[in-house]
Design a protein around this ligand. Structure first.
Ligand SMILES: Cc1cc2nc3c(=O)[nH]c(=O)nc-3n(C[C@H](O)[C@H](O)[C@H](O)COP(=O)(O)OP(=O)(O)OC[C@H]3O[C@@H](n4cnc5c(N)ncnc54)[C@H](O)[C@@H]3O)c2cc1C
Length: 238
């Protein structure tokens, strides 16, 4: 298993939103890496080897030949990537690690809670489940400020049409009252989460993103739904 740090070429970039960019990093020839959907890689620029940041894979284990990460303009690294990273650049990549892994067993129901860019690893979860025809039920509960802030909307809607076990549910927290939107408004709360639960013992809750959102979600599911810690997987971004 290759665990060494590798310099990768940026094969392509895509602006998902005005402040959010997906990077596709091409594996070098004969890169024999073992990894799992939901893990993160750590990146640094060749000219700043001490400045390293972690990014969840937004691609999945079936996407062979490259890693994709989706980065929001925030702080020094986030701004450099979103505003400046371009095809042909190289970045050093510390190989995938982490335990934020989807349990793709047939009887399980993954309830994936995200705010803003925290949705990135869930694209990998749903891609893998859909392409391998898994029976696992997956529900994403996604909180964004307005409808302009939904990352991967088109792909999630497409995956919903391909996978009868997948639901993509969005709530907007700061949409003007007169804006056209048939979906939910307001923050993620215990009632909304409870509405999604069909089989509590087989439910596994995932929360990803800024620490405050992840910790408040943890409080909701432990405090209000009485779940045990082993039914909860958290990825705190700091
Ligand atoms: C496991 C893991 C996975 C992650 N996955 C992703 C991902 O998929 N996508 C993603 O976008 N991020 C992800 N992150 C977050 C990412 O690693 C970085 O933390 C993020 O890009 C910001 O890094 P930075 O160096 O640019 O921020 P920094 O420059 O260190 O800034 C951190 C924060 O402080 C603020 N700040 C900086 N300087 C000042 C100042 N002078 N005054 C006030 N505020 C200031 C910045 O605005 C920012 O909010 C992940 C983190 C972890 C741990």
């Amino acid at each position: 298993m290759a665990k060494k740090i590798v310099e990768m070429v940026l094969e392509s970039v895509k602006m998902e939103l005005p402040d959010t960019k997906t990077l596709r990093l091409k594996w070098p020839e004969d890169y024999g890496v073992e990894f799992k959907t939901g893990q993160f890689i750590t990146l640094y620029w060749p000219d700043s080897p001490k400045y390293k940041r972690a990014y969840s894979l937004s691609s999945c284990v079936l996407d062979s030949g490259y890693f994709e990460v989706t980065v929001k303009r925030d702080g020094k690294m986030g701004t450099r990537i979103v505003d400046w990273a371009k095809p042909g650049d190289t970045l050093f990549v510390i190989p995938p690690t982490g335990r934020f892994l989807p349990v793709l067993e047939p009887e399980k129901h993954l309830i994936c809670i995200a705010g803003g860019s925290g949705v990135t690893p869930f694209r990998g979860f749903v891609r893998e489940a859909t392409r391998t025809g898994k029976q696992t039920r997956i529900t994403i509960l996604y909180s964004v400020r307005t409808t302009e802030d939904i990352i991967f909307e088109e792909e999630f809607r497409e995956l919903e049409s391909q996978n009868p076990h997948f639901k993509f549910l969005v709530t907007c927290t700061r949409l003007p009252d007169d804006a056209e939107w048939g979906g939910r408004r307001g923050r993620i709360d215990a009632d909304w989460i409870r509405e999604q639960v069909v089989d509590l013992p087989n439910s596994v809750f995932y929360a990803c993103g800024p620490t405050a959102l992840v910790e408040s979600t943890e409080k909701l599911v432990v405090g209000e739904l009485g779940l045990s810690k082993d039914q909860i997987r958290l990825e705190k971004w700091g």
